[in-house]
Design a binder for this molecule. Sequence first.
Ligand SMILES: Cc1cc2nc3c(=O)[nH]c(=O)nc-3n(C[C@H](O)[C@H](O)[C@H](O)COP(=O)(O)OP(=O)(O)OC[C@H]3O[C@@H](n4cnc5c(N)ncnc54)[C@H](O)[C@@H]3O)c2cc1C
Length: 264
Amino acid sequence: MENFNYIRPAKVADAAKAMKKAKDGKFMSGGMTLLPTMKQGLASPSDIIDLSGLKNSGVKVGSKSVTIQAGTIHADVAGSKDLKKAIPGLAKLAGGIGDPHVRHKGTIGGSVANNDPAADYPSACLALGATIHTSDRKLAADKFFTGMFSTALKDTEIVTAVEFPIPKKCGYAKFPNPASLYAMVGVFVAQLADGSVRVAVTGAGAGVFRVPEMEAALSKKFAASSLDGIAVKSKNLNSDMHASAEYRAHLITVMAKRAVDAAK
Ligand SMILES: Cc1cc2nc3c(=O)[nH]c(=O)nc-3n(C[C@H](O)[C@H](O)[C@H](O)COP(=O)(O)OP(=O)(O)OC[C@H]3O[C@@H](n4cnc5c(N)ncnc54)[C@H](O)[C@@H]3O)c2cc1C
């Protein structure tokens, strides 16, 4: 690791200011991705701006939506009794992220800002139609996730919270990579308050994506059998030592059916 300046501001505005001043700064939340990347020499920021000083953690359930502060660790999302009642599929997703160490350091803000193509939260954000709150604005998940490890965030912009509309029901199913525990394929299915259905896939492509054909079929009838015969083409899916594109395509339908069966 290279030397760097370390700053731990207490206010969002001060963190943004520190980033503006830095030559090549990086925000840090749980450090679960940033620190290994630095240890491997893949990043050597001039300044680390540690957002843990902002103390923005907590899950707040309202009548129509749930707002999770960006600094909330996965274990607290998984353990929130209120969330388990309002959006059980989201609490389940958080409880299946990585291992206990990762769940007690990694944060929702860090996860969505990082937008790893195999991360779990982006699928929930996209399927539930979440709104990402930042230091500057509010962005719909559909506009926030722009591709592999990329988002609509500007360099000095900080994710402050994620707001999820409460659906009628939702479910998540993931086929984890047995070594990393990231999703080889994960599918989040949500039947929203207006009855429409959204299906979002992680782990299979360059970034999280929706499957309109599955959404149309499930909007007509919310049952796993509605997905019989519907398959995502393997052409643009990931292929690596863990799974071929064809296998991932097959897993998408299997996981989507499991997510529908698990939905509550
Ligand atoms: C062994 C291991 C297993 C894992 N398994 C899974 C898994 O199964 N599923 C899964 O989804 N994830 C998994 N993760 C990732 C983990 O859950 C974290 O969510 C992820 O590392 C990012 O969160 P963080 O808070 O640690 O962010 P950091 O590592 O601190 O930051 C990540 C990136 O986001 C930026 N950033 C952080 N916070 C903000 C913010 N508030 N605003 C703007 N930018 C910000 C940073 O500058 C950095 O570029 C795993 C990680 C490890 C190490």
